[in-house]
Design a binder for this molecule. Sequence first.
Ligand code: MEV
Length: 438
Amino acid sequence: MDGSKVMVLPEGFRKLEPARRRNLLHEILFGESAAKGTTHEDFLSTGRDESLIELASLMVESSIGYAPIPLGIAHGFLIDGIHHEFPMATEEPSVIAAASYAARIIAKCGGFITSATDPVMVSQIFLEAVDEGGIARIRASVQLIMQEVQPFLGSLPARGGGFREMAVARLPETGLVRVDLLVDVRDAMGANILNSVAEGICPLIESISGGRRLMCILSNAATERRGRAGCVIPFDTLERISGSGFTGAEIARRISLATDLANEDPSRAVTHNKGVMNGISALALATFNDCRSIEAAAHAWAARSGSYRSLTSWKVDGRTLVGELELPLSFGAVGGAAAFHPASRLALRMLGNPGAMELARMAAALGLAQNFAALLALVTGGIQRGHMRYHAPRIAYQAGARGAEIESIASAMTALRNFSHSEAEILLANLRAGLALE
Ligand code: MEV
């Protein structure tokens, strides 16, 4: 890295008006073009739309625009007998194609059967200096705590949610006492409610226990709030779609062995689960849900046995391959950025304005589809051919192709199985000179 080129912003940058912040940033990064009164293309890509710039400034501090991640639709999901299309925001070219491919296959086999647990999340209070008598007094005060927590729950009880139960435990290493308040947050992701609950009720719990608060915060683990999806794929279908020369039974055996492998070897499980999250995170991003929370919970869930394992299971049953995925999914359909940003509202509308539990069920189906597509490719023809086919248009673009040229160059690269930048440049030169590409 060239230290002289590292950007340094003036003191107080964050306090400037959003438009001034943008102008200043443009001057710093692209002094020359700014001086000539032209706006650099890279800069424009983060702020062509004034209303989105304004929204960004309401959502994050020191905003300078927005990052336009591609948004696409994965087609053809059949979930519990109902047709679904999924908006997905992702930078990875093959993700949506893979989801649609798997969805179509699984739809022909009857689709996904899904379920979700109630949207119960945990609000946590961590206390110091609580003796055993203090723990007993907190436990004995559950009715009082339940009553006093009501004002912090807002309209949740009226919507069927609210306080469910309390658990108190001493943590063996630090000696801290953890008070878990389980709250059904209905269609919200719930972070704000849960943090208000913990902070609001903490003084009462301190006075009951004689302890001192270290911190109050929700747990993102969301282990109580899970989505589940399953599907059954006959051997005949596997054989017909793969074109690999393997029998259906052999493909099923190999996919099942691939799950055993991920269960055995954490270094493989990380990649396996990353593939599952390709779908789930893209849906989270499209709906402006908290991807970090969903990802962290998924990976913690994958490690719940003490070793990091596969999130999915694929097993042979008779002449079928049976897939299952169950994981914590703290998707919200209202509140937070989900209902605030117009792009999120659009995505939710495409999904039929689902509630949080329906979103969790859809996300589980999407994750399982994504995993099926990845494993099918990996254990038959390999992943790279398909991946490169989707990367080819980008390489063509980077080599200078525009408009219809991109598809011509990408097709020629795929036919030649040469995806180098230099090959794209040669093909582009030939195309523009009117020469044949293959
Ligand atoms: C790529 O984004 C995802 C995969 O690596 C997943 C997997 O290996 O199972 C293909």
